[in-house]
Design a binder for this molecule. Structure first.
Ligand SMILES: [Zn+2]
Ligand SMILES: [Zn+2]
Length: 244
């Protein structure tokens, strides 16, 4: 498995970092976890072709995680001229929201005008999906009540990588990271406590409960970056690659 942290910034683009987007390659499959508005720039910078993406996993429906979906479809329609299907996996609200967003941003990309089909699959906690040699488990995270917020654990052969998406500390984090090779966790703040995001000090308090071999921080904001000299966990950079 190879993981590329395309975008590691928070919603405010702290320190000029790209919005949330992570590419995971396993076997002959390329999955994108979240698709922030800066997706096309981030793909170019990492030299990953947009059309390589077989499926998108959506953690939740905030703009910094889905705002790039219409941009990706724009590339498929006019630049890479995709014809094969794109699979989008997420909560039950995903299809309606992403189609509405795409119609607002580019009416030219309405469903009946596309060169390629977008196939939506609903995933629910406790109901894993097997697709293209990967087993995908969803976990309920604690971020907002406006829509379901999911974290993912992706297993391929004997390896596993877990992604929290946006969340504050919750029991799903130990559950999803148990025995995983890598946990990519959001870490927006250094020590500010909010009910919606994680801070570094919270993660350190709970570190013994996290069963992953390696913890890497992403979705990092100004508060964390200001204090980076005091951070003892690895902070992902845009375009950084992790081989598992
Ligand atoms: Zn976010
Ligand atoms: Zn969010």
């Amino acid at each position: 498995m190879r993981v590329t942290t395309l975008g590691t910034g928070d919603a405010f683009g702290a320190a000029g970092q790209f919005h949330s987007a992570i590419v995971m390659q396993a076997g002959n499959t390329t999955a994108l976890i979240d698709c922030g508005p800066t997706i096309l720039q981030a793909l170019h910078r990492s030299k990953i072709a947009a059309d390589e993406i077989d499926l998108i996993l959506v953690t939740h429906l905030h703009g910094d995680h889905i705002g790039g979906v219409p941009m990706l479809l724009l590339d498929y329609q006019y630049r890479s001229r995709r014809t094969r299907p794109l699979v989008v996996i997420g909560s039950a609200l995903c299809a309606e929201r992403l189609e509405a967003l795409t119609n607002l941003m580019y009416g030219e990309l309405a469903k009946d005008r596309r060169r390629f089909p977008v196939v939506y699959k609903i995933i629910r906690p406790g109901r894993p999906i097997s697709i293209r040699g990967m087993r995908i488990h969803a976990y309920r995270m604690q971020h907002t009540d406006r829509f379901p917020c999911l974290g993912y654990r992706i297993e391929h052969r004997r390896n596993a990588v877990a992604f929290t998406g946006d969340t504050t500390w919750c029991d799903s984090i130990p559950a999803m990271s148990r025995g995983a090779n890598l946990l990519l966790t959001e870490c927006t703040d250094f020590d500010q406590r909010t009910p919606v995001h994680l801070s570094y000090t919270q993660l350190r308090e709970h570190q013994a409960e996290i069963g992953a071999k390696r913890i890497v921080l992403t979705h990092v904001g100004d508060d964390l970056l200001r204090n980076r000299a005091r951070v003892r966990l690895h902070i992902a950079r845009d375009g950084e690659r992790f081989v598992i």
